[in-house]
Ligand binder design. Structure first.
Ligand code: NAD
Length: 262
């Protein structure tokens, strides 16, 4: 299968690092014209430079997608996209009894409202042009709610609900809206977390990573962290023209942690 996205413009939110950057690289490698997004101009410029030489047009727009003003500025700079990847997201382990209201709101704004606002801005154009792809980067934590960060789980389940609801609006068109559910993935954010864990426990980073999966995700069939490219491969496929019959789906790339068939 040859995935060819030439002629399509893709926006990947939160793509200066981690899973988002790998998705941007994958889409650019498939011929799409890619827009990198992050909050700071310096990081955005550096992320664009990293993708130079992939053979396609890559540019960057700095905007904080967790705010209405940030989304508005982003849409003003980029009025139309064919592929929207709602990837920007935050996580932080915290005991339920210590999570203040502000954290619940912040998780909802960053992880859910960013995708809601950008879908509202871009989806009508996709429907009018009769082609488009929206992908929400949710998580296995949207199904298996992690007790160490219930607010994160809530935000990831909410994304599944929004994605499925939006898919209902695409009936009879060539627009699709899906979610992808990664499991533990070695992104920059997670690498920092694992390095801290290794230091705390006097282990090597590899040992800490292996122990984390065994201890905290014992049902994992993969028994290791996924790489960011393993997640990006699934996302690039869902964004492709070939994935035209996949719509309203929650697609798992979580190494088999969730012990159900569908
Ligand atoms: P990361 O922390 O490595 O990278 C996140 C990116 O988002 C960074 O570029 C950061 O600058 C950007 N970002 C954060 N807040 C932003 C904002 N308000 N506006 C614009 N950009 C912003 O994260 P990651 O691990 O690659 O996670 C990416 C997505 O994948 C998240 O939605 C996360 O919930 C999901 N996910 C990650 C894992 C994992 O184990 N890494 C597992 C399941 C799901």
């Amino acid at each position: 299968m040859n995935i060819d996205l030439s002629g399509k413009t893709a926006l990947v939110t939160g793509s200066t690092a981690g899973i988002g950057h790998a998705i941007a690289k994958g889409l650019a490698g498939s011929g799409a014209s890619v827009v990198i997004n992050g909050r700071g101009q310096d990081k955005v410029d550096a992320a664009v430079r990293k993708l130079e030489g992939t053979g396609t047009k890559v540019r960057g727009i700095a905007a904080d997608v967790s705010t209405a003003a940030g989304c508005k500025a982003l849409v003003a700079a980029l009025p139309e996209v064919d592929i929207l990847i709602n990837n920007a997201g935050i996580f932080e382990p915290k005991d339920f009894f210590d999570i203040p209201d502000e954290d619940w709101s912040r998780f909802f704004e960053v992880n859910v409202m960013s995708g809601v606002r950008l879908s509202r801005a871009y989806m009508k154009g996709m429907l009018k042009r009769n082609w488009g792809r929206i992908v929400f980067i949710s998580s296995e934590s949207g199904l298996n709610i992690p007790v160490e960060m219930i607010h994160y789980g809530m935000s990831k389940t909410a994304q599944l609900s929004v994605a499925r609801g939006l898919a209902q609006l695409t009936r009879g068109t060539a627009v699709t809206v899906n979610s992808v559910l990664p499991g533990p993935t070695m992104s920059e954010g997670v690498e920092t977390f694992v390095k801290d864990l290794a230091k705390q426990n006097g282990q090597s980073v590899d040992e800490a990573a292996a122990n984390f999966v065994k201890q905290h995700r014992p049902s994992s069939l993969l028994q290791r962290f996924a790489s960011v490219d393993e997640i990006a491969n699934m996302v690039v496929y869902v964004a492709s023209k070939q994935a035209s019959a996949t719509n309203g789906a929650a697609l798992r790339a979580e190494g088999g942690i969730v012990n159900t068939i569908a």
